[in-house]
Design a protein around this ligand. Sequence first.
Ligand SMILES: [Zn+2]
Length: 408
Amino acid sequence: MIVLRAYKTELDLNHVQKTACAKHAGAARFAYNWGLSRKMEAYRAGEKRPTAIDLHRELNALKKTELSWMYEVSKCAPQEALRNLDQAFSHFFRRVKAKKAGKQVKAGFPKYKSKKHGVGSFRLTGAIHIFEAAIQLPRLGQLRLKERGYLPVSGVHLLSATVSERAGRWFVAVQAEVEIPDADTTGKAVAGVDLGIARLATVSDGAQIDNPHALKQALGKIKRLQRTVSRRQQGSANRKKAVQRLARAHSRVANIRQDTLHQTTSRLAKTKSAVVLEDLNVRGMLKNHCLAQAIADVGWHEFRRQLTYKGQWYGCQVFLADRYYPSTKRCSHCGNVKSEMGLGPRIYVCEACQVHLDRDLNAALNLLHWITASSAGIHACGEDVRPGSQATLAEAGTEPQSTSCRFV
Ligand SMILES: [Zn+2]
């Protein structure tokens, strides 16, 4: 099976290379913002909106006169930025359509890119070569990598490379078409997985993954750094330094969270033939102020997204139990359903069969039961395989379920 996947790794740049990369990111941002203005102008004048190709042609003409600085960077950077802009518009129109159809989405008109959120990124296509400890990109030449041997040196078809900056560190993400062996699901079991706040995931086979609470732990430090930033004079060098320190603290939180999520979803996707998750209404839950920060800190939506795409690589199907399935209130032992189960008690005690179970394990077992009970539905749903893109997942989070069994 050929799959499209990305490999992201840190670059080890010298000062000259950092400047060159920043120039490319600047050109990409300029082209994006310029294109956005051009599109809006055309709309106001009642003309047809120019496409990325039209805009690139126009930009090339401007390069000869007022934008001569753009000759310093690869032509790919502005070109790909204009392509991104076209993408942003088509996503916008899709959301407008969904909104008209009665879905709860924000239309979200494309925004200008600001330097405030860091240097940004740019994408290059064309002659990309990967070596053991370096990557060669058009115009930028060989850039050293911090990690050896992570990027695929051979046997892949490279499509593009995206260079980005975050909190002073530079990264490259390589998009590649990779041939992966067909998934072997023999001897693998189905699992129910309950996602929680105190514990990130509880698997029906008894495995438990703790939540690192990355944000909660760093919150004190982040608040302090935030205060320092606001005390520094606008535009001063010391403010810049404080902003940089704050960005590093934020990026550390994001890295810890991502690391746990990646390890957990990889392990599940590789060892299970199917996983059942609860169809949580994450967006609705985030409206609850008391829980919002804790929920956002866990990253349930990201968990589902990762498990879905990794599941396609390793042959693990992902199912969502319907939203009204009482996975918390039901007894996984005898099937009795409680009328009330608050958020407090950590132990599930059944009035009917007197079983004592860990609350989350009980929920995970119920999710497993849900799939075995509707196993006739697995095949029916299994045929209706949809690509696990972010778009379909976003929809999955908003639309009410009509069918009892659903394939992500
Ligand atoms: Zn019971």
